[in-house]
Design a protein around this ligand. Structure first.
Ligand SMILES: Cc1cc2nc3c(=O)[nH]c(=O)nc-3n(C[C@H](O)[C@H](O)[C@H](O)COP(=O)(O)OP(=O)(O)OC[C@H]3O[C@@H](n4cnc5c(N)ncnc54)[C@H](O)[C@@H]3O)c2cc1C
Length: 412
């Protein structure tokens, strides 16, 4: 912070990510008299927005019913229930439209800017902040925050090798998953749920999927411990990915962390088929006279299984014709198709989106205002909270919602 810059502010927001920007803009638009400052430790704001959604920014999800929306949050859904009645994806769409950006909905309900460029979103937020009179100080990180007995906060910030004091009446922490800020949050009386990664792929090394990178199955059902998820799955060079795997990784983030990312995954390649109904289909294939002399490996019994995958799943039967398959082989194949077991041996990275679960304990925050229940005039928004969603735009949505609510309360 240059020494010339004023040191007294009405509102300081630590963190120039989507949550911090949304809060700052809302606050400054509602109450233009307030002096609002964002301090951002890196050399640019909105870094994750720019990198998001493979450079396209999956801004939100076309799910407009708060009760349904919360089911996409492995952690934080309950707390967000009321918050979504105040600001939900329909409001996000409207907000961006009002600020000059049109969003579009894709077949799987993910929403992107029509430009397919994350820079559109970052530029929009930066412009809106400038228009509202928000000041942004780059390369400036929050180091310490102490409650001033006379009201407000005394902060220590660092710029390069130098440290400077700042004062503010209200403080919003929107520093994402930054580990250092968690210590500051603790020093202000809050407890932190231990952070662990969420949204990752599974490292699986198994001859049944060897050489099949790029093969996708439209609807599988996955089970791990007591967790179940269904949806598309993709075979990769390292193992398994796709929406069903990512959702399971989010719901199982803590279990898998504790197990050091080693577990058994049960795959039903046929989605919701049960063993007996799979057996019936296999029996019909065997009985169908035209099939009798056709190779099992070349003739998948289920249209949803790609031929290359079918070939490897049936390899244990050998080079037999449908007419020659035994009852025991048929049963084993039905088991393989509906409950194949695969060893998860590690965690891979999902490049399009990753988040951390854990953060500020949600019971310590009032979700009407995002104000701390422990330290008055302290607010939280975004990923610094113990909230995370599955992939699909839900993580940004929680940043927009909590940022907007915090901004509304900061303006009062
Ligand atoms: C590669 C990638 C792609 C993603 N894609 C999507 C997607 O398409 N859709 C989706 O919904 N979610 C996506 N996510 C998740 C989403 O980016 C996050 O949930 C969201 O950015 C959280 O917003 P935030 O403002 O809380 O935190 P952040 O975006 O992490 O912003 C926090 C900011 O605070 C700054 N900061 C940290 N500590 C300090 C400090 N002490 N002082 C000052 N500043 C500090 C950081 O530098 C950062 O700029 C993606 C994440 C990644 C990593």
């Amino acid at each position: 912070m240059s020494k010339q810059t004023q040191s007294n502010w009405d509102v300081i927001i630590a963190g120039g990510g989507p949550a911090g920007f949304f809060a700052a803009i809302r606050c400054a638009e509602l109450n233009p008299k307030l002096r609002v400052l964002i301090i951002e430790k890196s050399s640019q704001t909105l870094g994750k927005v720019l990198a998001s959604g493979g450079g396209r920014c999956n801004v939100t999800h076309a799910c407009f019913d708060p009760a349904q929306l919360v089911s996409f949050y492995p952690r934080g859904g309950m707390a967000l229930r009321g918050a979504f009645t105040r600001f939900q994806p329909a409001d996000t769409v409207k907000w961006f439209e009002t600020h000059g950006v049109k969003l579009k909905t894709e077949a799987d309900n993910r929403m992107f800017p029509v430009t397919d460029s994350s820079a559109t979103i970052a530029d929009c937020l930066r412009q809106a902040a400038t228009n509202a009179g928000v000041k942004v100080q780059l390369g400036t990180s929050l180091q310490k925050a102490e409650k001033n007995p006379k009201g407000g906060f005394n902060l220590e910030v660092r710029e390069g090798a130098e440290f400077f004091p700042l004062q503010t009446k209200k403080l919003l922490i929107a520093t994402g998953s930054d580990p250092k800020t968690r210590e500051i949050v603790k020093s202000l009386g809050h407890s932190i749920e231990e952070p662990v990664p969420s949204l990752f792929t599974f490292n699986v090394n198994d001859k049944r999927i060897d050489g099949l990178a790029g093969v996708a199955v439209e609807n599988v059902t996955l089970k791990m411990d007591s967790l179940t998820q269904s949806g598309p799955m993709l075979i990769t060079h390292w193992g398994l990915s796709g929406p069903a795997v990512l959702r399971l990784s989010a719901w199982g983030a803590r279990i898998l962390f504790e197990k050091k990312y080693r577990s058994t995954l049960t795959v039903n390649w046929l989605g919701d088929y049960r063993l007996d109904s799979a057996l019936e289909v296999l029996q019909r294939n065997k009985d169908w006279h035209e099939n009798a002399r056709k190779k099992i490996a070349a003739q998948p019994a289920f249209s949803q299984i790609p031929v290359r995958l079918w070939k490897q799943l049936t390899q244990f039967i050998g080079d037999k014709n449908w007419g020659d398959i035994s009852k025991a082989e048929m049963r084993k194949l039905a088991e393989e198709l509906t409950a194949g077991e695969f060893a998860i041996k590690g965690k891979g990275i999902f490049k399009e989106e990753f988040v951390t679960c854990g953060g500020v304990n949600l019971n310590e925050v009032d979700f009407k205002t995002m104000q701390s229940r422990i330290t008055p005039d302290l607010f939280f928004a975004g990923e610094v909270l113990d909230i995370d969603g599955v992939t699909g735009g839900f993580n940004f949505q929680s940043s927009w919602t909590t940022g907007w609510l915090a901004g509304s309360a900061l303006a009062l």
